[in-house]
Design a protein around this ligand. Structure first.
Ligand code: GDP
Ligand code: CA
Length: 323
């Protein structure tokens, strides 16, 4: 089975671990490709930082900090302290020493003329991830947030302001002229199943689908496209996605996010959608909107639960295959 997953960082990483785990127990050959958001990427202190690619890589490699929720386990911050002393970079944005090793490696590849997709392949080859990571695009498409007074990089709005400055709009800068990285369109077109991870709809999945040829590939693939709600019982599971959704006029609700993505039969990107048992009452609304809905537990509290959730997504896709 060929599975392609559109993904953000931490939420996407948990789900990808579940997909990988679930496929281990199934007979046959399987491959998983993650098409990863680059909207959070930025240049900082001369380094190219790619938070979502790194969150996935560290998680699948088992070297992530599960307690803190991001970065490397056993991390230290000596270099960051030096950068602060020099007044370089953002003093509220800490780069761990081990993490800086990854950024130095990536930046050296980019400076040697490699596209990000090739640099990512070389970097992630260090660990047996079981998932092929491809950035959505090799172009620098960065998300910016428009607030009443200033427009800033998403990372500043999210990390420095904790998403507390009301956002008026999100700009996926450069997305209109960007093209998919090598391998992305084929991974979507030739997949048996395309999954949308339970990632932030606005700043993780949104920037991927804003790249015109990726959106077109999702619209036209013969594979069923099934998404998992990042919203449970009207609330985000982790993070501040509600602040992003309200900025684009979408209520923080599992059905509203699905209808925001839209049914493929109506020009949107979804054939199926998974909602939590606590949202069971929303299923008829979604079915009426042309989105096949499965009601299952959506909390990925541990690897077995993530694997079960992935299995539920694959089951809904299998049900849709014959349609
Ligand atoms: P980021 O790029 O690191 O912010 O991570 P993602 O965009 O991939 O994922 C963030 C989203 O994952 C948040 O909106 C959460 O609501 C969602 N999320 C986190 N944990 C869970 C979970 O256990 N179950 C579900 N359904 N969603 C989750
Ligand atoms: Ca992210």
């Amino acid at each position: 089975m060929k599975i392609t997953v559109l993904s953000g960082g931490v939420g996407g990483a948990r789900f990808l671990r579940g997909v990988h785990e679930n496929l281990q127990s199934r007979p046959g050959e399987h491959s998983i490709t993650a098409v990863v958001n680059v909207g959070d990427d930025m240049w900082l202190t001369g380094l190219r930082i790619t938070p979502d690619l790194d969150s996935i890589m560290y998680t699948l490699a088992g070297v992530n900090d599960d307690v803190r929720g991001w970065g490397r386990v056993g991390e230290s911050e000596r270099v960051s302290a030096e950068l602060k002393a020099y007044g370089v970079g953002w003093d509220w944005f800490t780069l761990g020493d081990l993490d800086i090793g990854t950024h130095l490696t990536r930046t050296s590849y980019l400076r040697a003329g490699m596209p990000l997709s090739e640099a990512t392949a070389k970097i992630s080859a260090r660990w047996p991830l079981g998932v092929t990571l491809i950035p959505a695009t090799d172009h620098e498409v960065e998300t910016h947030v428009v607030t009443a007074d200033v427009t800033m990089h998403f990372q500043e709005w999210w990390t420095c302001y904790r998403a507390a400055l009301p956002a008026l709009a999100f700009e996926y800068r450069g997305s209109e002229s960007a093209v998919a990285a090598p391998g992305v369109l084929d991974a979507i077109a030739s997949a048996d199943i395309v999954l949308l991870a339970p990632s932030n709809p606005v700043v993780s999945i949104g920037p991927i689908l804003a790249i015109p040829d990726i959106r077109a590939a999702v619209l036209s693939t013969s594979a069923p496209v099934v998404g998992v709600s990042p919203i449970i019982a009207g609330a985000v599971v982790r993070g501040m996605a509600d602040a992003c959704l309200s900025a684009i006029g979408v209520p923080t609700a599992a059905d509203a996010v699905a209808t925001h993505f839209g049914a493929r039969s109506g020009g949107g990107v979804l054939d199926g959608w998974l909602i939590d048992e606590s949202d069971a009452a929303l299923a008829p609304i979604l079915e009426a909107a042309g989105i096949a809905t499965a009601v299952v537990p959506l909390w990925m509290r541990d690897l077995p639960l993530s694997s079960t959730l992935a299995g539920d997504a694959l089951a809904l896709a299998a049900r849709l295959h014959g349609r």
